[in-house]
Write a protein that binds this ligand. Structure first.
Ligand code: AGP
Length: 608
């Protein structure tokens, strides 16, 4: 939930750390801080608010050092404040930054308080600095002191630490929180996300759980969970500079919305043939496994779960398979039904969402047929710990509100549907039809993006309301849910979604002139019933906004109709997501909210 960056270089490190923090602000942005060796001291700066404020402090105080650690925070324990900001320190000697949650922090805090350690913050992180300070009284080095931490800390953590008495290196430890090491020439780095290091290196070591690493400008030593020196595999990850910049767009979210034709093309690339999906696109042996699937269990959070809800319809309609859907945060606690014929499917943009990862780890110990991840980040824990994987290849998504991640997840899930159907020989003609339609999908998405001027007309009418309802039926209900989530998370307008037929069972009471109702209404077998539901809204004076492709049939006499491009019905959920994303974006823009970094949220939710 927070972003860590660390560097050991032979040049001034301040600007480099700040630049890295900017790239990780999507992970948290309520406070930031930095600590670096300067002569025989450690300079320590923290600010409440975004990285920009820390940068301004740095410009005033001009600390110059070559080895440092930095952090951007998303508060869990203790409100956003300068005292709760990282790095935390102990006795002006040890400085640490932490991402994760220390579950046994109360007992450790009590133990350290009895020993005379004073706490200045309300975080679960400060005790790590004190524990290290205590360890350094008996251990010979910061490396050993950090290795000694592992037996004491319960929970998830990625930590970078400095000891004032060891000015030539820093030490890292990782357990269930992401941390990668970047390798440079006479300089080495670490960060929660390779993206933060994209301009510095393309060579990475991915730390595994229990690893501790000593990092100096000219060396990196990694020790495994048993404290044995190990060689972790070196990966080359090329992240294009433009992928992590806004280009000519005002916000990352806007850029990411307009990247969707290319992103979907990238998801399809190399995975479909003339009339069918290719074999083993989820990894060697995956086609064989898919032939054995009798049921699917989907586990995910937020937008990713909405993608799963759409896919559940596809699995049933195209591959003839029943699906159980669960919020990742609920799944482990409900005694889930598990059997050897069920495929566990996890969906996650980041691949580091703590609840989804915990669900995967729980399931990996059980008798599922196998686990398959739909994920956007190749180095993520989810990608590495699943039996099979399909990368969405959307490129970095930085805006907190998921856009291109969602449509590429849907595209990937359609590829999974087709693979499941193919594995058991179901619906060959339908598969051919969908493959053909998928080839046109990027073009159709471009046509939907061209509807922006029409959406600009309705955005002001929604921007001055406090509530909104989204309606959809069948396969469009999850799209309505996603539309509502998008609107509330970036514009702070309260929004809910209902299957349109549920309106008269309660929510209809909310309808009046102050309640915009946004309906997803493409031509489909439920369209007529949806028309009746919309009539119910009209009759009560609700302001209707309808996205569809059958205006005449709908006979809308009031409200606004936005004519969508035609496309194969089974792919319409992907297409109809686009105008809802643009609508949320434009409404938020009018309301002047912080679109890429909405209040209280963070992109990657690495705490349970
Ligand atoms: C979507 O706009 C959200 N920011 C959020 O719901 C997100 O989809 C959820 O936190 C899951 O993230 P993941 O896909 O990285 O696992």
């Amino acid at each position: 939930m927070c972003g860590i960056i660390a560097a050991a270089t032979d040049r001034s490190v301040g600007k480099l750390l700040i630049k890295g923090l900017y790239k990780m602000e999507y992970r948290g942005y309520d406070s930031a801080g930095i600590a670096m060796h300067v002569d025989d001291q450690v300079a320590h700066l923290r600010t409440l608010g975004k990285v920009k404020l820390l940068e301004e402090r740095m410009k005033l105080e001009k600390p110059k050092g070559k080895i440092g650690i930095a952090h951007t925070r998303w508060a869990t324990h203790g409100e956003p404040s300068e005292l709760n900001a990282h790095p935390h320190q102990s006795n002006d000697r040890v400085f640490i930054v932490h991402n994760g949650i220390i579950e046994n922090y109360l007992s450790l805090k009590e133990e350290l308080t009895k020993e005379g350690y004073a706490f200045s913050s309300k975080t679960d992180s400060e005790l790590i600095a004190h524990l290290l300070d205590r360890n350094l009284k008996t251990y010979n080095s910061l490396l050993e002191a950090v290795q000694g931490l592992k037996d004491r800390l319960d929970g998830a953590y990625a930590i970078a630490a400095l000891d004032q008495n060891e000015p030539d290196n820093l030490v890292l430890v990782r357990n269930r929180s992401p941390l990668v090491i970047g390798l440079g020439k006479n300089e080495n780095f670490a960060a929660s996300d390779p993206l933060a290091l994209a301009e510095l290196t393309n060579k990475f070591l991915i730390m595994e759980d229990g690893d501790v690493a000593k990092v100096a400008p000219d060396s990196v030593e990694v020790f495994d969970a048993k404290n044995q020196l190990v060689n972790r595999e070196q990966l080359t990850i090329d992240i294009k500079a433009e992928a992590a910049s806004k280009g000519d767009f005002k916000h990352y979210m806007e850029k990411e919305i307009f990247e969707q034709p290319q992103a979907v093309l990238n998801t399809l690339d190399g995975r479909i043939g003339g009339e069918d999906v290719l074999e083993n696109i989820f990894g060697e042996g995956s086609s064989e496994l898919l032939a054995k699937v009798k049921r699917v269990q989907v586990v995910a959070c937020g937008t990713s779960l909405h993608a799963g809800r759409v896919a559940a319809n596809w699995f049933s309609a195209i591959a003839g398979l029943p699906t159980q859907m669960d919020y990742a945060s609920e799944y482990r606690y409900k005694n889930p039904y598990i059997d050897e014929d069920t495929l566990l499917v996890t969906i996650s943009q980041s691949g580091e969402t703590a609840d989804t990862l915990a669900a995967l780890r729980y399931a990996n110990d059980k008798d599922y047929l196998g686990s398959l991840a739909i994920c956007n980040v190749p180095t993520s824990s989810l990608a590495r710990e699943s039996d099979f994987l399909l990368l969405t290849n959307a490129g970095p998504e930085i805006g907190v509100a998921s856009t291109k991640a969602f449509t590429t997840q849907l595209t990937a899930l359609m590829l999974l549907t087709l693979s499941l159907a193919k594995a058991t020989g179901k619906n060959p003609r339908l598969r051919g039809r969908i493959i053909k339609a998928l080839r046109f999908l990027p073009e159709k998405i471009s046509e939907a993006l061209a509807l922006k001027p029409e959406i600009l007309e309705i955005a002001p009418e929604i921007a001055n309301k406090n509530n909104a309802l989204f309606l959809g039926r069948g396969i469009f209900y999850p799209i309505a849910k996603e539309g509502a989530l998008k609107l509330k998370e970036i514009s702070y307008i309260h929004a809910e979604a209902y299957p349109a037929g549920e309106l008269k069972h309660g929510p209809l009471a909310l309808i009046d002139g102050e309640m915009p109702v946004i309906a997803i209404a493409p031509e489909h077998e439920l369209a007529e019933k949806l028309v009746s539901n919309l009539e119910e809204v009209k009759a009560r004076g609700g302001a209707l906004y309808v996205f569809g492709n059958a205006e005449e049939r709908l006979g809308l006499t009031s409200g606004k109709y936005i004519n969508m491009p035609d496309c194969d019905f089974l792919l319409t959920p992907i297409l109809y997501s686009i105008p809802l994303q643009i609508l949320s974006y434009e409404v938020a823009l009018l309301r002047g909210t912080d679109i890429d970094q909405p209040r209280n949220l963070a992109k990657s939710v690495t705490v349970e």
